[in-house]
Design a protein around this ligand. Structure first.
Ligand SMILES: Cc1cc2nc3c(=O)[nH]c(=O)nc-3n(C[C@H](O)[C@H](O)[C@H](O)COP(=O)(O)OP(=O)(O)OC[C@H]3O[C@@H](n4cnc5c(N)ncnc54)[C@H](O)[C@@H]3O)c2cc1C
Length: 335
């Protein structure tokens, strides 16, 4: 295994921030992961785990050891008439896996197509899009304890999934490395197509097949989201705020047009609407700016630094707080 010193990471994050790692280990097997953890432990180095780098803001200098997760492989655990159970390694590319499942008639993940990044990161923020979250299919998560090297297996209940959240962002943050994901995928599932933007894209297709949904999701995403390879970004920079009903009614009395979705007892607010209304769309800081069509997406025009991106995010959050009294939470992890 290669463990190198002073490694540039600009090509390892989709915002193309010019970070450098004190140490960087590229991990492609269980043995290499153990070796890298030993290396960090004996030198008392902090660890930063990177998958595809599509949900991180990397500061100029990352002290300690960056682990680039490149574990690959897949194991079919069960093939039943109605479903399959498959274990897939953390370093596998998420979108490629979604396409491979779809081709084999394992359904459900079509709504999550074209989300950049790796399988191992998917449960961390419980990736979601077009009315579906990955947690619906997660049976278990395999991991290794960073301190002891012990292998762990977390059940769905252990993961405490919520909107863009899981135990991996709270109690287990910085304590484990995810090695694999076990998913249970239905073989005959009517696809989920009730999400408004998806429904609109499906147009006259009344009873869409999984292939129709896959095609529509990929079309919408290609039309609406800037491609990080062309305009570096990390997708949505802010989460949609979730507030209680009473607070929502007070907000709506003042701002009748507030875009929202009811979610049981609580209400989810469209962060993009809040940012636009607070004047976020024209904002920029250095080479970081708000995308002209997607108010939630901050882009690097070329040469932006983490300080510029985070400074811009902080000014947007202040503008939203001053206008609506709502706190925005950022989605990417900052290192
Ligand atoms: C254009 C674009 C569109 C996007 N659309 C969506 C969307 O629709 N829905 C959505 O939910 N997200 C979306 N994202 C965000 C991002 O793609 C996902 O969060 C993805 O799961 C991140 O994967 P990654 O491998 O790149 O993780 P990274 O960015 O490398 O890491 C993200 C976090 O996970 C940790 N991590 C990564 N791998 C491991 C591991 N094996 N073990 C322990 N910790 C790990 C990292 O330390 C970091 O804290 C989008 C991003 C972009 C650029």
């Amino acid at each position: 295994m290669r463990i190198e010193a002073d490694v540039p990471l600009a090509h390892c994050n989709t915002l193309r921030l010019p970070a450098r790692a004190e140490w960087c280990a590229t991990v492609a097997s269980g043995d290499e992961l153990r070796e890298a953890l030993d290396f960090a432990r004996t030198r008392r180095l902090a660890l930063c785990v990177l998958g595809g780098g599509s949900n991180v803001v990397l500061r100029e200098r990352i002290g300690g050891c960056v682990l680039r997760m490149q574990l690959t492989g897949e194991e079919l655990l069960e093939e039943a008439p109605g479903h399959v159970r498959v274990r897939v390694a953390a370093g596998v590319q998420w979108h490629g896996f979604v396409l491979a499942c779809h081709r084999r008639g394992w359904h459900g993940l079509e709504n999550l197509a074209l989300i950049p990044g790796t399988v191992g990161a998917a449960p961390i923020q419980n990736i979601g899009a077009y009315g579906v979250e990955v947690q619906e299919f997660v049976e278990a998560v395999g991991a290794v304890d960073r301190a002891s090297g012990e292998a762990l297996r977390l059940t769905h209940a252990d993961c405490r999934f919520a909107y863009r959240h899981s135990i991996f962002k709270s109690e287990l943050a910085e304590r484990i490395v995810i090695t694999d994901l076990t998913l249970r995928l239905p073989r005959a599932r009517g696809p989920r197509s009730d999400y408004p933007a998806l429904r609109a894209a499906l147009g006259a297709v009344a009873d869409p097949s999984p292939a129709d949904v896959l095609e529509a999701v990929m079309r919408i995403r290609r039309e609406r989201l800037p491609d990080p390879a062309v305009l570096p970004n990390v997708g949505s920079f802010f989460k949609n705020p979730v507030i209680g009903r009473a607070r929502f009614e007070r907000l709506r009395a003042e701002h009748p047009g507030v875009v929202h979705w009811a979610a049981g007892d609580v209400v989810k607010l469209a962060a993009a609407w809040l940012v636009e209304q607070a004047g976020g769309k024209g904002m920029r800081q250095g080479a970081a700016r708000v995308h002209e069509r997607q108010a939630l997406v901050l882009v690097n025009e070329g040469g932006a630094t983490a300080a510029q991106v985070l400074g811009l995010a902080s000014r947007i959050a202040t503008a939203v707080r001053e206008r609506f009294g709502i706190d925005l939470e950022i989605e990417p992890a900052v290192y």
